[in-house]
Design a protein around this ligand. Sequence first.
Ligand code: 4FV
Length: 250
Amino acid sequence: MNIGVITIFPEMFESILKSGIVAKAINNNLVSITFSNPRDFAEDNRKTIDEKVFGGGPGMLMMAPPLEKSLKFLKKKLGDDSLVVYVSPQGKKFNNVLSKKVVNNNKIILICGRYEGIDERFIETFVDEEWSIGDYVLTGGELASMVIIDSVTRFIPGALGDKCSVEEDSFENGLLDYPHYTKPRVYNGKAVPDILLNGNHEKILDWRQKQSLGRTWLRRPELLENLALTDKQEKLLSEFIEERKNLMNE
Ligand code: 4FV
């Protein structure tokens, strides 16, 4: 997987290049990250890459020409068929589906805005997709790009130690994850649910499915709307709701 990043702050990415799953994937040649700094393509010796916004208003905007040269530099390295993504609050919400799509595309160039953003004509001319990591405003696209790189890397075969952990991810089956427990068996007077200690895998699977369904119903009911639950899932969810009702009435 080849990732290109256009940013005026490449040093911000040190954190994911030096530690964790992304660093391991890079060392195992599962992913490469190539940076391009628009300042290196600025026309003046002050390396100006931003200007005032036409029509007035606060703040500065990143100019199209240095971004274009920066993009062409990366496309020469990664290939013209790279998916060009601008990360901004105006984009569609990034999620696991988009994340997996990137892995299949195998080449992506992430454009990190700064200031008020970038010239719209660059977006119209060169950007394939605009993605947002959430409805809040960051000071730059770098953190959003690191979020995307981290998420995508998890889906690269071999990047995560235990192959099956991606399959059991949150959202993998459209549901929130079930609760997890580890040693000590009793913590703060709270014991691990017995069901998890009696080794009956069928019952453990049912309990986990019930918890995932119940949590999703409680915390993100909108996720259930676009899910066709099986009869068994419907039964498990109604059991959860019933048990919860009894719990609340105790
Ligand atoms: C953002 C987001 C985001 C907007 C102006 C960078 C900032 C500044 N990117 N998801 N939310 N970007 O806030 O992706 O240029």
